[in-house]
Design a protein around this ligand. Structure first.
Ligand SMILES: [Zn+2]
Ligand SMILES: [Zn+2]
Length: 329
């Protein structure tokens, strides 16, 4: 497969393209506008006298070394994704098509005749969202618990300040791991529905993203990675992950380690004992503690995970780091 060089040249613009067109980007324009409006209202109600723009657009957040690394990653990752992940995904898609063709050839599609297409499409949309959201929790849990994977996921946790682009701060190996996990989940759900109802169903989507995922992100999805504290209150936070709860997830305080791993729904964290509901505003410092200073350059952020993962695999670094067996709470 020959790479298309004109498309490669456009990759650094991914952040802007995603802002305009991708419902899966946390900084999609709709989420950004709604999030800023929501943050403004919550900030005013909190009684904090600091002007809102000083909090949201603080120079020490957006122009910090940590943030500059976020921007660097947001420019470099699309190249890697385009060159490497596109290959994997395209091959995976071919595999998926072959699977569907086999199902069709066997004449087992559309078994349930006379179903309500709109109702079943709604059920498919809901099922895809729930399975995807569970995988977000499950794969994230594995990344925190399996030492080698933690070394790659750690890149996301080395952010010392949170800004909208921190949502793009991932190591390519983690993106590959998650990409394969989500693709398997979506294939199983789609495959099952095609098996029973045929391939005439449509998934409710806005800007390419599941409409339920979009609805969740409208209520502050962009603020998860921002200096603005927005909590939904303890009752609602039993069900939904608020921006404040994800900020807790980034905390360098051991009390907060490995909590709030969920995407949209808090039920997975609640079911498996990883839920942490803040009781009022908490002062949080972000990062992974003393080790954080090792990750202050793009070179370190891309290379160190390989070095440390190799050490872990060689059994020389077993005692270090956070990926230790989960303590019961
Ligand atoms: Zn994490
Ligand atoms: Zn995060």
């Amino acid at each position: 497969m020959q790479p298309d060089w004109s498309e490669i040249a456009l990759q650094p613009l991914y952040v802007f393209h995603a802002f305009l067109f991708s419902g899966y980007a946390r900084h999609f324009w709709l989420y950004t506008i709604c999030g800023i409006a929501m943050g403004y209202v919550v900030h005013r109600l909190s009684g904090d006298k600091t002007p809102f723009h000083r909090v949201l657009f603080a120079r020490n957040v957006w122009l910090s070394r940590s943030a500059l690394n976020d921007y660097g990653i947001a420019v470099i990752n699309p190249f890697i994704q385009f060159l490497a992940l596109t290959w994997v995904v395209s091959h995976f898609a071919a595999l998926m098509q072959a699977g569907f063709a086999l199902i069709e050839a066997a004449g087992v599609t559309g078994k349930v005749i006379g179903h309500d297409t709109i109702l079943v499409s709604a059920l498919l949309t809901l099922t895809l969202f729930v399975v995807d959201d569970f995988l977000r929790w499950g794969l994230h849990y594995i990344e925190h618990k399996v030492p080698v994977l933690w070394e790659f996921h750690k890149v996301h946790h080395t952010a010392e300040v949170l800004n909208f682009i921190t949502a793009e701060r991932f190591h390519p190996v983690e993106m590959l791991f998650l990409g394969i996990g989500f693709a398997i989940g979506a294939t199983l759900v789609n495959g099952t529905f095609i098996l029973f109802f045929g391939d005439t169903l449509t998934v409710g989507a806005v800007a390419g993203a599941n409409v339920i995922f979009v609805a969740f992100n409208v209520i502050g999805g962009v603020l998860r990675h921002s200096p603005v504290w927005v909590s939904f209150g303890p009752r609602l936070e039993r069900w939904l992950i608020s921006p404040a709860m994800h900020q807790i997830h980034h905390s360098s305080d051991p009390r907060h380690y490995d909590s709030n791993l969920g995407g949209a729904l808090a039920v997975w964290d609640r079911m498996f004992g990883t839920l942490y509901i803040p009781q009022g505003r908490e002062e949080i410092s972000y990062g992974i503690g003393a080790e954080n200073s090792e990750y202050d350059s793009l070179t370190a952020l891309y290379a160190l995970p390989f070095v440390k993962a190799a050490k872990r695999l060689a059994g020389r670094d077993r005692a270090q780091g956070r990926a230790k067996p989960f303590k019961s709470k």
